[in-house]
Design a protein around this ligand. Structure first.
Ligand code: SAH
Ligand code: SF4
Ligand code: F3S
Length: 477
């Protein structure tokens, strides 16, 4: 029997609407008095899936929970609230989430007062929400990516009024400033520079789950970075689905190159950004990256496919040749630049020859790192209705071939580090061995190294002994 709903469900048609209307910007955030004590003596656990946008959202949720008096726990036993911040980008990401929602049911069976909340991109999916509410009675709170600021009242309704709370908007979205934040890292921080995405690549659900591209004002971003710098943060990563398109929704004089330069001038030792879509990559950006030592020589440049016809079907707006020309320009202009990418194999009806074009680009670019995926049909996206005769077996074979190829280049690149000294920003000691530490180079290489009494958040010179496919091994000097 279907349950009756008296709340709005997510709707793909509304989610994809884009108007020319000014977006709403909200600067103030207040927790009403009757809700500010709600967390006294209570604990919460947050589990986060998906991309850095979700990581940063979880930091906001944690910040709001802290402001209400809750205390974060890193295990879910004995907590009063569990929040699962979900990702909908591929079917397997969604299955992992459903596994966890099933797994935490045991807490609800024992204690009907526990609040199990599901939020993030899956909550924005038409079709999914109804199933979730029907099949998973343990989910007491469900809210979308546009509703984070309503967490206090949602928790109040769930905990005090004992309601099952569902709050999801399918719309372009707003920009909320000054929401509380509990940063999970002590020396590395995420900084949103924009929300949403207007690119509508035909395979991708993100423009529907995250709304319209909405850039933050530059002075607000710079204030956040200055504050992080004053607090002693060593690294910031500027976040957006397409950072290169930053500001285009505000006016023509607002661009990413200018923002990046202003951020670099603040003096924080390491500045990173992600993701940079090849489409809006400007020469000015390259000049700024090359000019400032504290902008890291590392670029994530998603390829998706090396075949121009597939790229066209994907709506990526560049050809194989244009991508390669951009790659060449990047490595020529930016000294020692490392490049990573995302690749999808098995887009509807991708032929062997078309897949070969992807391998060809990988042979040219010899990426430092690749994130490779089998195409996953996202209901409601244009690609979901494209005919596809390619078997899953073929797609899996292609993924293996691709992984073997990029792994061989990654190993070759990492071997070239052997015998060299690199500067590592230390994340911390290994849980198993207190003399082994890990951290990252400016080129975003993971380094595992031995040393004594090294503090997280410090810069250490490391002599590299061995280059492996996914990391470098060495010793502190
Ligand atoms: N904004 C970023 C990507 C965000 S999603 C960009 O444009 O590059 C991260 C990656 O997931 C994408 O780069 C793509 O490789 C992959 N992805 C997105 N939708 C997918 C789908 N339907 N099937 C498989 N992989 C997908
Ligand atoms: Fe998805 Fe394309 Fe937007 Fe990236 S640019 S989030 S792949 S629609
Ligand atoms: Fe996933 Fe949403 Fe990010 S779908 S990749 S969490 S924007």
């Amino acid at each position: 029997m279907k349950i009756k709903l008296d709340w709005a469900l997510p709707n793909m048609k509304d989610a994809k609407k884009r108007t020319k209307n000014e977006i709403e910007r909200v600067d103030s955030f207040v927790i009403p008095d009757n809700m500010s004590w709600l967390g006294q003596g209570k604990k919460y656990y947050i589990s986060t899936y998906g991309c850095q946008a979700n990581e940063r959202d979880s930091e906001t949720l944690a910040g709001i929970m802290d402001a209400m008096g809750f205390v974060q726990s890193d295990i879910y036993e004995d907590v009063d609230v569990i929040l699962i911040n979900t990702c909908a980008v591929r079917q397997n990401a969604m299955e992992k989430v459903l596994g966890e929602i099933g797994n935490v049911k045991r807490f609800y069976v024992k204690n009907k007062d526990i609040i199990i909340g599901v939020c993030g991109c899956m909550a924005q999916e038409e079709g999914f929400v109804e199933t979730l509410l029907e099949k998973y009675p343990q989910v007491r709170l469900l809210f979308g990516t546009h509703n984070l600021h309503q967490l206090p009242s949602m928790l109040y309704d769930a905990m005090i009024c004992k309601k099952r709370v569902v709050k999801i908007y399918s719309r372009e979205g707003e920009v909320y400033e000054n929401l509380p934040v509990h940063r999970f890292g002590n020396h590395k921080a995420w900084v949103n520079i924009m929300y949403g995405c207007d690119k509508f690549c035909t395979y991708c659900i993100v423009p529907y789950t995250r709304g319209k591209q909405r850039s933050r004002y530059m002075d607000q971003i710079l204030d956040e970075v200055k504050e992080l710098y004053q607090q002693g943060y060593k690294e910031v990563t500027l976040l957006g689905q397409n950072v290169n398109a930053y500001g285009k929704d505000i006016d023509d004089h607002y661009d990413f190159a200018t923002l990046l330069e202003e951020v670099a001038k603040i003096g924080i030792p390491r500045v990173r950004f992600t993701t940079s879509h090849p489409w809006d990559f400007s020469d000015e950006m390259l000049d700024v990256i090359a000019k400032y030592d504290n902008i890291m020589p590392f670029i994530h440049l998603p390829l998706q496919s090396g075949d121009s016809a597939i790229l066209k079907l994907m709506g990526r707006r560049y050809t194989k040749e244009e991508y390669i020309a951009l790659y060449d320009k990047i490595v020529q202009k930016i000294d020692r630049c490392a490049v990573s990418t995302d690749i999808i194999v098995g887009f509807p009806n991708e032929s062997d020859e078309q897949f070969e074009q992807t391998l060809d680009v990988v042979r040219h670019c010899k990426y430092d790192n690749c994130f490779t995926f089998i195409y996953s049909k996202r209901p409601g996206t244009p690609a979901a209705v494209m005919e596809d005769e390619i078997s899953l077996e073929t797609k899996k074979d292609r993924l293996q071939t691709l992984n073997k190829l990029w792994n061989s280049f990654a190993l070759e690149k990492n071997k070239a580090y052997e015998g060299k000294v690199v500067t590592v920003l230390v994340d911390g000691a290994s849980k198993k061995d207190s003399h082994t530490y890990s951290g990252y180079t400016d080129t975003n290489k993971l380094v595992n190294f031995t040393g004594e009494n090294i503090e997280p958040g410090t810069f250490v010179d490391v002599y590299i002994e061995t280059g492996k496919t996914f990391s470098l091994d060495g010793r502190a000097i």
